[in-house]
Design a protein. Sequence first.
Lengths: 259, 540, 193
Amino acid sequence: MSRHVDRWVTSSVAITAAIFVAAAIIGFALLPWGQPGHRFTGLWDAICSAAGLVRASPASEPVVQPGYQMTSVVVTPQMLSGASAESIGRGATLALRCTMCHGARGMSLANTPNLAGQDPIAIYKQLADFQTGARKNAIMAPVAVGLSDSDMRDLAAYYAYLPRVAAEASGPAGAPPQIVANGAPVRSVAPCGACHGTLDSKAGAGWLSGQPVVYLRAQLDAFASGARHNDIGEQMRNVARGLTHEEIGVAAEYYAKLQ
Amino acid sequence: MSNSRRMILAHFWLAFAGFGAALLLGAWQMFIRSPLSSWIGDPELYYRSVTAHGTTMAYVLPTLVAMGFGYFVAETALQRPLIGLRWAWLGFALAAVGTVTAVVPIALGRASVLYTFYPPMIGSAFYYIGVVLVVVGSWIWVALMSVNLYSWKRDNPGRPVPFAMFATVAGSYLWGWTAVGAALELLFQIIPVALGWRSTIDAGLARVFFSWTLHAIVYFWLMPTYIAYYTILPRAIGGRLYSDWMGRLAFILFLVVAMPIGAHHLFEDPQVGSGFKFVHSTFTALVSLPTLLTVFTICASVEIAARLRGGKGLLGWLGALPWDNPVMLGTAFSFIMLGFGGAGGLINMSYQLDATVHNTQWITGHFHLIFGGAIVIMYFVIAYDVWPHLTGRALASFGLMRLQLWTWFIGMIVVTFPWHYVGLLGMPRRMAYYDYNDPMLAGQAAPVIMSVIGGAILLVSGALFLIVLARGQRAPRIEPGTYRFSVAAHPPQRLPAALNGFGLWLALMVALTIVNYGFPIVHLMATPGTEVPAVLIGAG
Amino acid sequence: MTDSLSPGHPPAPDDGADRVEQVEHRWAIYATALLVLLVVMAIFAGLHQATLPQSRVETVDPRTLHLAGEFIDSNLGSAVEPDGSITVRAVGRQYSFTPECILVPADTPITFRMTSGDVVHGFLITGTAINLMLVPGYVASLPARFQTLGERYMPCHEFCGVGHEGMWGRIKVIDKAAFTQMAATTKRLSCVK
């Protein structure tokens, strides 16, 4: 009986080990090393790469730099969460100089964006981009230059804390137009709400509802032409380039009316 | 057996109630993303439905069926009352509470991450906790299967373990071990982020942990189906099981090789080395072996029954089979779908061919055919076969059962065959709508519509199934007699320990896990800088 | 024969069981041979058609892709290497690929180098076997070669969030001479308008 058991143990272990060893030799050595056009420095390099050991990037041409200032902000979803009451208070003081254009409670009477209740990451990033020149605006640039990093965080915390109220121009927006609700899939335009809050929020994207229609249209046009280029990875430029002129108008008008 | 009966019935009813709801969602999903519907105004609803459908069909239905059927086998094959009935009820309660805990956040739109949960997208912590509870409930079942088996072995030294119990315990061990991968991902990576304790997660490592579970789970799903092939079908049609020991070997092969092959789900991933991908694909080829063995053994067993009924000729004996018997009909349908689905699986397992179909609708078509088709149709057959023994009442007419099985088979073919085709055309997975007006995509419209029609047929079939079972709860009482499993043509008098126990096979399974998964996991954990920010979804 | 198989009779003497064992053994050998053949075919295709999973694991930080390094916006697109091959660099983010339209020449060795800026994305060029997962934190790379001219779609094929259905890029394969001409004046090419 014990000889019988031994036979099962030895043969099953032997077969399993043999299959593993054969597969390992083929997978770790034969296939990578035998592949035409491989760039391994030796068999051991091929084996280590096949095992998944992390390798440095291959040498390549120097990185092509852009002809304009790029955004230098690193955006993560958690970056501004948990603002303290002191921060909000400091932001309120700093915001006194913003009321001329952006309204006493963050709701503007001009065609400047409403800031009340906005995503703090969006506010922080745009301030930082105005400061470095990644986003160009003759009025915002000198305003932003004087701000420290903690100032910008405080301002972002303050405006995020303000309640969102319906803009003056808002009214029943009706059903969203197709370009807003569904985007244009094969033109690589996702629904606006997928990032801008109505379906889900992407960090730094911000709310669009109730923004002035003139402002929204101008920003989309600027993204489409490349005049505005502070969007990380050209995300908004990809979207805006896929929209027709009419669609930009329709989307801007919808969001301007939306509460 | 009466208390066990209620417990087993509870498992089946939870499984099939979930199945019915998820089936409805599935048919709706099919419709809403087809050319027959305008684009859904809120795509989040579609992804919510896909999450609910996948979670229920993948984690609730098959787990509860395996548990219920396992308890049934433990009592009837071992011919003694179940040990640990109170623990079994606890396991059920955990699974039920877990299901509710998971489904509520899904319904509220807080967990639209899909049943594969791929981080760094993270949903509500309650969703993941719910899934963990279902798994823990099933681990109680794993322990009870073991306890019952070893108690029987102590009382019956040297006797061959009844085949049905041997296979059931093999399946339970496979599940116990394979669930560890997703459990590690959930407990140590995802839930800490979902609860706000951490804000970054290694997405590549999470995918490796999930792949540990992702393939072998489908073998856990097929265990009840294969057990029915071996232990119900031959008896139901008046035949014998051709080879008892080959059947045991098939389940042993599943136990050893089903789990350490998950990297074939990571063929196109950048965080695992090509050497490991090849080793996993070799062992994946090996796991096709027990299915090939099963097909042969079962066909031989069926031929025995046919010839006993007077069947003659090289293939003429097929006509002598009892086709009016739902077990025969269902199994034949299952085998046809297993053939096509298995061939698709062989394609997926080879890297070169998989690169043409990975994450296209081919993949979705494939697993609906093999799981929703070949496997689930046998869940129906099992339910029909054991129901009178659980309820003590007669089941509805064979005619209604046959109609239900026919509609499931036809519906599944009509759903999945065009589905494979649009995958070959390059239709990507998991999109809430598609632009069928675009000339490059227009060719996908007609096949997708065919799949919608198939989905409607499946809805009818699912409803029929639930009707048959519900009627069976109120039918006149009968005396169902002792439940019998199939008998082997040459029943073994004594078996080598290797075919009667699991020590050797568990050791091999663990050893293979270590060599196939050990280095990739440890290496990724030790590599700095692979954690990325978590993206909380459903917060907007 | 019928007697020994019907229930209630003692099983036949072991020669029947031996015959079963023989038959099952033979089938097991055929089945194993089939599987070995499939694996050998995979090895053959891997070596002779150079279709293998990517050969190296590289890590990268998705948070800082846009600040410095090979995946900054101005460095994305198709670059001509000194040996005449092309390196295409692209990044997938919710919910578009950058560059949104990739331009490549036909009949030239190409290496795709791609990653994700946020969540797991998929990358598929329809009608081809170019199929990748873009996992944030890791660089996905794949060699390719296009024979036919024309335009194809590059959809994201893994669920990446609520806008996943809108993530379709495009790739254009143009004549090699035309591409070389364009490459003389521009270092990073794409067909984004």
